[in-house]
Design a protein around this ligand. Structure first.
Ligand code: NAD
Length: 272
């Protein structure tokens, strides 16, 4: 069910299914979305310095008034805050805004070659200090991870990547798995661009489910972690309601077959 957690390589456990809050800029809307998601069983909330809403997430969490270890909070260091000192000081700001003593998962938002290792050294220090329980990356490709491995003491335990049926990233997902890294899919719904796909619609109709539910179920059965975003309580609930049906192997293959390697985001920068 939506409460299930996956064990990360560092021994911590992360909910497989969470709520993304990108572009939730209205504070009341964000607070209501988090509240609504919590009542549907969501326990992971994914924000970032770049989203400009960490303070609203902090208020939303406070409003929930639940035990800290019941929820799992991810934030990400923005590109302009990379480098040892900036990671440390900007992270302190993030914690204040979030009104937390620690975050569960801290990600490098995008790979950039300046400060590549220094940034990671700061991540390792924050983990050492207990201010961050798990450290990971986002939008890292194979070269980035291989390069990081040449100097890292702790490797990322999560790599958050754009993954959806039009960008299945199978080779990258396999690479992550082989390196004990959990792939967490961002834009798991392809930001709404896949809902009209006839293959998805047909499968959805045959199960009496929505296109969004079929896509999320595909992620689940594939072994991805995923963080769909919505601000509408009915959709937040609909996106949680994917645990009472199953896609057949043939249906999984049909969705796999939709891959066209098209990105919403830019191609992550190469590191040399
Ligand atoms: P998404 O694939 O989750 O799609 C969200 C959009 O789909 C919504 O805005 C809504 O329009 C629509 N939608 C959602 N549920 C629906 C439903 N049941 N029925 C109809 N329409 C529905 O895209 P996203 O928000 O870009 O990605 C999810 C989260 O991933 C973000 O909120 C953010 O937390 C994270 N993210 C991370 C990065 C990164 O670089 N690491 C980049 C982008 C997003």
């Amino acid at each position: 069910n939506i409460g299930s957690r996956i064990e990360l390589a560092d021994g911590n456990k992360m909910p497989v299914h969470g709520l993304g809050v990108y572009r939730m800029t209205d504070e009341d809307q964000l607070i209501n979305s988090v509240k609504s998601a919590y009542s549907d069983g969501y326990r992971l909330f994914d924000t970032a310095q770049m989203y400009g809403n960490e303070a609203a997430v902090g208020k939303a969490i406070k409003d929930l008034n639940v035990k800290r270890d019941e929820i799992f909070i991810t934030t990400k260091i923005a590109e302009e805050n990379q480098g040892y000192d900036k990671v440390m000081s900007s992270f302190e700001d993030s914690l204040k805004k979030l009104q937390l003593d620690y975050v569960d998962l801290l990600l490098v938002h995008w790979p950039i070659h300046t400060h590549f290792f220094e940034t990671w050294r700061a991540f390792e220090a924050l983990k050492e200090q207990g201010l961050v329980k798990s450290i990971g990356t986002s939008n890292y490709g194979m070269l980035h991870l291989q390069y990081l491995a040449t100097k890292a003491n702790d490797m990322p335990v999560v790599n958050q990547l754009e993954v959806h049926p039009y960008l299945s990233q199978q080779a990258m997902v396999d690479f992550d798995r082989d390196n004990h890294i959990v792939t967490q899919a961002w834009a798991p719904l392809g930001r709404g661009r896949i809902f009209d796909d006839p293959v998805i619609i047909k499968i959805a109709e045959s199960h009496g489910k929505s296109a969004a539910q079929v896509i999320l179920r595909w992620h689940l059965q594939r072994g991805d972690a995923f963080i769909p975003k919505s601000v509408h309580p009915q959709r937040i609930q609909q996106n949680a309601d994917i645990y009472d049906f199953e896609l057949s192997n043939d249906e999984m293959n049909q969705v796999d077959g939709l891959n066209r390697n098209t990105r919403i985001s830019q191609e992550p920068e190469m590191v040399y």
